[in-house]
Design a protein around this ligand. Structure first.
Ligand code: NAI
Length: 394
């Protein structure tokens, strides 16, 4: 009915996208699930739900709920190149499920190709791998499992701060190499106590980082587009900064916890990094592209920054020769902070909840929605495209 009105020119496609559509789906829908390979660990450990082998528990869930006639699963890690399973499946996919740890970049070219796409689900938190602008224009819903792994990331941030400030990595390497040179390690080892630590963004993760740091008796700082409640500021004794520049000038350690979108892309460029205190540390578990890759390498090599840690890269997976792998004084990991086994159970359950609502024409939880009915509805994001620059489908 609606499509015939569109054909008659009575309603534009753009307006159609803005009409709430909670009708239940009919017919068999293709769900493209893009996950990392589990290898030996994935076969042995069924709790690694985020790998291809265990497919977020979806095959079992589909069987138990007799959904075989309604959902056709295509599960793959093959996302790069014209002949990849992703490229071949996109034209028929109604739903794409992907993960920040092994993102299926849904840029404009891919969204144009995915003519049937109605729902893009992030099995985790962070939907920057989807071109939100293009999703808005096409009326594609973008949803993620907000909150599912925020404790996991906050713990990782504190761990990486300690690894840097206490000079853990060189100390550990000495043990492996049969060495015992205390002065060499102590030369760059400090306590966290009394240091000034600031978070760029105090959303679910940033706030949890502040809460976990409070018992270390440090001086806390934050910047966010939105101010925390006065009672929280008072309880944490945290100083609010009106902009990032003001925060970085005062902090010995800076942690980044905002989403990637056009406003935050390369927020830490040469200029911003130059404003950071000499000898300070930077920890980024948010997204790799929030930092200018080469400006960071220069700042570490010139000793302006004492150390860098995080687990996010751009694009992902990081190439073997990515300069952050080999730069001095880093404590980086592959992207796994938000994918502990505890977190996996939570986001796998969230994916099923979203799919079930979608199949039955029920509304999604507000906090899970990033793009809905043609607009960005999460106030943590701005409309725009943060997928530029990857090369998966070239
Ligand atoms: P959230 O939505 O609870 O908080 C995001 C905060 O960022 C909000 O308070 C928002 O106001 C603030 N913000 C947005 N744009 C800003 C800007 N231009 N300047 C200052 N503040 C800004 O999100 P949550 O759960 O805290 O996650 C944050 C990000 O962390 C995710 O978007 C994702 O990129 C990343 N993440 C990384 C994971 C990992 O495994 N490494 C796992 C989960 C999230």
């Amino acid at each position: 009915m609606l499509s015939s009105i569109v054909k008659k020119g009575l309603l534009s496609n753009n307006l159609l996208a803005r009409i709430p559509r909670y009708a239940s789906t009919s017919g068999q829908q293709t769900v493209l699930v893009v996950l990392y390979e589990g290898g030996e660990a994935g076969k042995r450990n069924k709790n690694i739900l985020g790998c291809v082998e265990n497919a977020l528990g979806l095959p079992k869930w589909i069987k138990e709920n007799n959904l075989e006639n309604r959902l056709k699963l295509v599960v793959t890690s093959d996302k790069q190149g014209e002949n990849s399973v992703v490229e071949k499946t996109l034209p028929e996919a109604s739903v794409v499920i992907s993960q920040p740890f092994w993102p299926c970049y849904l840029d404009k070219t891919r969204i144009d190709k995915a003519k049937n796409l109605k729902l893009a689900i992030t099995a985790g938190v962070g939907s920057d791998h989807v071109n939100l602008e293009a999703a808005c224009k096409r009326g594609i819903t973008v949803a993620e499992i907000s909150g599912s792994n925020v404790v996991s990331v906050a713990e990782h941030v504190v761990m990486q701060m300690l690894a840097l400030v206490r000079n853990f990595i060189p100390a550990y390497k000495q043990v492996i190499n049969g060495e015992w040179d205390i002065a060499q390690i102590a030369d760059k080892a400090y306590d966290l106590e009394n240091k000034h630590i600031g978070t760029v963004a105090a959303g679910r993760i940033g706030l949890r980082v502040l809460q976990r740091l409070k018992p270390f008796n440090v001086h806390l700082h934050y910047y966010d587009k939105f101010r925390l409640d006065k009672s929280i500021e008072k309880d944490l004794n945290v100083k609010y900064h009106p902009n990032v520049e003001s925060l970085v000038k005062e902090c010995d350690i800076v942690t980044i916890n905002c989403p990637l979108h056009p406003e935050t892309e390369h927020m830490f460029n040469k200029k911003m990094i130059s404003l950071m205190k000499k000898g300070s540390y930077l920890v980024n578990t948010a997204r790799g592209k929030i930092i200018d890759r080469d400006a960071l390498v220069d700042a570490i090599k010139s000793n302006h920054l004492e150390g860098y840690a995080g687990d996010v890269w751009y694009p992902q997976p990081a190439s073997k020769d990515h300069p952050w792998r080999s730069m001095p004084r880093h404590a980086m990991t592959p992207h796994y902070s938000g994918t502990t086994l505890d977190a996996q159970a939570r986001y796998a359950a969230g994916v099923k909840e979203i799919l079930e609502n979608w199949l039955n024409g029920r509304p999604q939880r507000d906090e899970y929605l990033i793009v809905d009915k043609g607009r960005v509805v999460s106030n943590a994001y701005t409309e725009g495209d943060a997928t530029k620059g990857h090369s998966e489908n070239k």
